[in-house]
Write a protein that binds this ligand. Sequence first.
Ligand code: HEC
Length: 110
Amino acid sequence: MVKKIIFSILIFFVSLNANIYESNCVSCHKKLPVTIDKYFYRYLLKYSSESNVKNAMLEYMKSPTKDKTIMPEAFILRFGIKKPSNLSNKQLKEALDIYWNEYKVFGKLK
Ligand code: HEC
């Protein structure tokens, strides 16, 4: 009985953490004054296709630099360049898939 309860509590917490995008990206980004969708649309404007957007973001997450940012200079001067992500490639890809599905406009335009 006790084991069962502990097990269900464990499953509960695992499922809370299951969405890597919410637990990693959003939890940090919600402290910033610019909402996370703004970055997304800037990438979409610049890189257009799903694979180009995801690749560019993956590169940026792994090694953010001034040359790669799509944000205006004034923004970077104020907030600085973010730190490289400590997630693995696989985790980053998973997070970017969720990020993409959240904001993609294809199929939403009617
Ligand atoms: C520890 C805090 C933190 C975490 C975690 C984080 N970000 Fe960021 N992110 C920032 C900050 C600060 C900026 C603005 C500075 C910059 O652009 O480098 C930023 C910028 C960005 C940008 C714009 C990049 C550019 O070209 O300047 C994108 C896209 C982005 N984040 C997506 C994500 C995604 C997706 C994740 C999860 C995999 C994530 N972030 C995790 C803090 C974070």
